[in-house]
Design a protein around this ligand. Structure first.
Ligand code: AMP
Length: 389
C-alpha cells in the first residue's frame, strides 16, 4: 500500500482556474503547499498557490520540471493535453489518471465508455465525417449536436430539429468529430459528486438539483427536492461510474431525471464540479478537501450535510455590466457566504464567483440566494436586465 502524502508536502495542480483556487485554499488550510501550472499568470489558483509556474501545456520540459517538484499531481482543467498528462505522470503520480482525463475530455470517448459499461445515456450517434450524417439522423429528432472535443457549459452545441438541418448545423460547428444526441425532455437535472480513494473506498455526496440558464449552471440546491427513488438511483449510478472508471479522486456525474422515473448520465467531470461548491459551506468535508484526501491517499472525509439545506447561485460577469456589484447589500443576508475567484475581467457568461446560502429549508435557501444575487445589482441598473438568471 502506497504511503499517504502528509501535510507539509507540495501538491501540483494543472490549471489555474477557480476549481484549483478552492482546492488550494483547502490544501493550505491543512498545511500543504500547492504549485500551480497554467499558461497564464495571476490565475485564480496561482494567487493562492505557493508557486505559480507559467508555461504552455505543450512545453513538456516545463511540465516535467514542475512534476519533479511535487508529491502528487491533480488537475482542475479538463482539457489538459494527453502528452502533458503523460509527461507529468513520468515524475509524480497523476490522480485521477491521465486515461480518465482523456476519456472525459472527449464526448465521443466518454459516451462510448459509458455505453460499454452499461450505464444509461441518451441515444446517440458518432459523427466523424460527412459520410456519417445520414446514419446519425436515425437516432431521431429533436436532437443536440455536440462537438466531440472542447465542450463545456453548452459550448460547441446546437439543437437540431430535423434531418435537413443536421448537415448545416454540423458544418456550422466546424465539421469535425461530433456526437448527435437525442434531445432529452428531462424533468430535472441532478449531479452526484463522489470520491474514490486509493484503497477503493467511495464517498458520495447526496444528489444536488441543478438549474441552468443559457446552458450555464445557474442554481444548485441541496437536498434535491426530488422523490427518494431518483435520489437512491442517482447514488447507485454514481457508485457504478466511480468503480467502472477506476477513479482515484473526485468525479461528478451529471444526470438527467426523466418523468418516467429513469435517469440518464449526461456527462462526467473527473474533478470537483460547480454544483458541488455548496459542499464548502454545507457539508462536513468539502469536495475540494475530498479531492485532496483522495489524491493524497488519505481516508475520505464525511459527506454528511451539517445544515438543513443550502443553495448556490453562480455570479457571472454579466452582473458587473453596469458597474461593481453592491456587495454590502448581499452580505446583509445572515446565512450567506460569498466566494469570489480573483478574476479581474468580468465578461458576460464568465464565472466570477458564487454565493451559498444555508437555511432551514431548500425553498428558503433558494429564495434567499436568488434575492441576495438580485440585491447585488448596482442600484443604477434597471430591474430585469444584465443578470443571467
Ligand atoms: P453539456 O455541456 O453537455 O453538459 O450540456 C449543457 C446543458 O445543455 C445541460 O446541462 C442541459 O441543460 C443541456 N443539454 C445537453 N444535452 C442535452 C440533451 N441531449 N437534451 C436536452 N438538453 C441537453
Amino acid at each position: 500500500m502506497t504511503e499517504p502524502i502528509q501535510p507539509g508536502a507540495v501538491l501540483g495542480v494543472l490549471g489555474g482556474g477557480q476549481l484549483g483556487r478552492m482546492f488550494t485554499l483547502a490544501a493550505r488550510r491543512m498545511g500543504y503547499w500547492v504549485d500551480v501550472f497554467a499558461p497564464e499568470d495571476d490565475t485564480p489558483a496561482g494567487q493562492i498557490a505557493y508557486r505559480e509556474v507559467r508555461a504552455p501545456y505543450e512545453d513538456l520540459a516545463a511540465v516535467e520540471r514542475f512534476a519533479r517538484g511535487v508529491s502528487v499531481i491533480t488537475f482542475e482543467f479538463e482539457n489538459v493535453p494527453a502528452a502533458t498528462a503523460e509527461a507529468a505522470a513520468r515524475h509524480a503520480p497523476l490522480r485521477p489518471a491521465g486515461t480518465l482525463l482523456e476519456t472525459c475530455q472527449n464526448r465521443e470517448r466518454e459516451k462510448l465508455a459509458l455505453r460499454r459499461h452499461g450505464i444509461p445515456v441518451a441515444p446517440f450517434a458518432v459523427i466523424r465525417g460527412p459520410e456519417d450524417l445520414e446514419a446519425a439522423a436515425a437516432i431521431g429528432f429533436p436532437a443536440v449536436l455536440k462537438t466531440a472535443a472542447w465542450g463545456y457549459d453548452g459550448k460547441g452545441q446546437r439543437r437540431v430539429d430535423e434531418a435537413a438541418a443536421l448537415e448545416p448545423a454540423w458544418r456550422a460547428l466546424g465539421g469535425g468529430p461530433a456526437v448527435l444526441e437525442r434531445f432529452v425532455d428531462f424533468a430535472a437535472e441532478l449531479s452526484v459528486v463522489g470520491a474514490r480513494g486509493l484503497d477503493g473506498a467511495i464517498a458520495l455526496y447526496e444528489p444536488i438539483l441543478n438549474r441552468h440558464a443559457d446552458h450555464i449552471l445557474d442554481l444548485s440546491l441541496c437536498p434535491a427536492p426530488l422523490p427518494t427513488a431518483w435520489r437512491r438511483d442517482a447514488l447507485d449510478l454514481a457508485r457504478t461510474v466511480l468503480e467502472a472508471f477506476d477513479v482515484v479522486g473526485v468525479l461528478c456525474v451529471e444526470l438527467f431525471a426523466l418523468a418516467d422515473g429513469s435517469l440518464l448520465v449526461n456527462e462526467l467531470a473527473p474533478r470537483p464540479h460547480n454544483s458541488g461548491h455548496l459542499t464548502i459551506d454545507a457539508h462536513g468535508c468539502s469536495q475540494f478537501e475530498q479531492q485532496l484526501r483522495a489524491v493524497c491517499g488519505l481516508p475520505l472525509g464525511s459527506t454528511e450535510r451539517l445544515v438543513p439545506a443550502a443553495a448556490m447561485a453562480n455570479l457571472l460577469g454579466d452582473l458587473w455590466q453596469a458597474g461593481p456589484p453592491d456587495w454590502s447589500a448581499a452580505l446583509a443576508e445572515p446565512g450567506l457566504r460569498l466566494h469570489l475567484y480573483g478574476k479581474d475581467r468580468p465578461r458576460p457568461g464568465r464565472k466570477m464567483g458564487h454565493l451559498t446560502v444555508v437555511g432551514p429549508s431548500v425553498e428558503a435557501a433558494e429564495q434567499h440566494a436568488v434575492a441576495a444575487r438580485l440585491a447585488l445589482r448596482p442600484r443604477s441598473e434597471p430591474a430585469g436586465e444584465g443578470l443571467a438568471t
